[in-house]
Design a protein. Sequence first.
Length: 393
Amino acid sequence: MKGGFDLKHMVLLSQAINPDFLKVITSALPDTKITVLTGSNVTSDDACVNIVKTVAHNPKSLISRFKNWWKYTRQASVWISQNKNDIDLFFATTNPPLVVFLLNKVYRKYKKPYIILIYDIYPDIIERVMGNPFVKIITLLWRKTNIKAYKNAEKVITIGQSMASLIKKSHKLENDIEVFPIIVNCDEIKPIAKKENQFLTKKGLETKFAVIYSGNIGQGHDIDVFLESSKYLAKHKDITYIIMGSGARLPSVRERVLHENLENVFLLDYLPREDFIYALSSGDVGFVSQTKKTCDLMIPSKSYSYMASGTAIIGLSDGNDDLSELIEKWSCGVITPFGDAKALADAILEMYRHRDLLARYKYNALKGAVEGHSTGVAVYMYRRLFEDINFLN
């Protein structure tokens, strides 16, 4: 690598990490020793990679999240204090978001450079969801810590242009925040013809028009509008709703499906990874849920899996967030207003009735995944990022 110093050892801080993201980082730095502090069950056959196990991310509740965020930050702090002399660069994701407190220590005490990748914008999410005066005092102090960490970083990057603009404005940063793609493995997740899709054939759904919801079924996801929209389309017997995921609201969703006799809705239990790939590729349309309170503070990652599987997208949005920008950029679907089940049903019916429109959305979705979010694209961008950091030093 060019520049003023030789990057021999980088520490990657990420309590939860996607194996594909790890592969991208190691591919971007093929000759660099990389130590990964994570609670995820990931492995690497790269001799330069060392996985240090930490407490895992626990998304069951806000309390469980905070508890394990704090544990991870403490564990990472201890490890860094014992290995500080051997580290050239830190790469930290905001999973956990408390990592900013650790990075300020790294900069102040150890004089080590670092990069921050912001996934979700905290503490703004907590402030908007909870919205009481005491929480606002806590988040004010937290935001000051963010500002200090962001200003001292070699680079601050995030996953969407709307998020980048919001972070820069709310934290009063001078430098632009660069946008890097959420990564999707297009070799693993890809379109599968209905007649060849073993998930659909086992369920007897290969002739159905499938509308799928995949992901977390929690408080921050409006699954109710999805269920309500199914009532408008109940008379269309070849339109099927498929819900696959887990979360705090899954029991209530299951109860509602039974109580309201939603015969066109299928709920799937946990699926092994190899079966999940087929289930994910079973959809004609993929539904992306988000809430109005937090839609500009995060991007649902399921959007990119839908795209890689060649699935058209319908997303809840008011048109002022990165999800709407993604759909508009690649022309891979439509957005519908928050809470409007009738509009959602109408959008589904439009694609059901106009298969040429559906085919165009599906083609564009796959094109967007390959050209904008595949591992090859990400490796190139991250390699340039590390070269720039090295050059600046």
